[in-house]
Design a protein around this ligand. Sequence first.
Ligand code: ZN
Length: 133
Amino acid sequence: MRKIEHIGIAVKDLDASNALFEKLFAKSHYKVESVETEGVNTSFFQLGPNKIELLEGTHPDSPISKFIEKKGEGIHHIAYDVSDIRAEMKRLKEEGFVLLNEEPKRGADHKWVCFLHPKSTNGVLIELCQEMD
Ligand code: ZN
């Protein structure tokens, strides 16, 4: 893993949270994107080298909606940038981490992604992401 790629924050209302974070950062988000397969609407803020992703569930059964129901709004995942996601998935699996998807999935912001089960990472949901070519 090379660096933190972004931090994901689960929110109930993306429009309201975009307005809130714009006030906080004194800066607008640079994109809004829906990932239908994941049931999320996302927005991204860039702060120097750091990125923040806001995530809103699109329906009550989406993983984000369920997360908020259980834990409330807040930090949802930390994403790490990797150069070769398949190699990293293989390495982590061999180390005993539990992958939530066996094949890289298409994520937001032009990335291939894979999530690690938080039970194997001290309660932190970890996302691996590789820039698509
Ligand atoms: Zn993410």
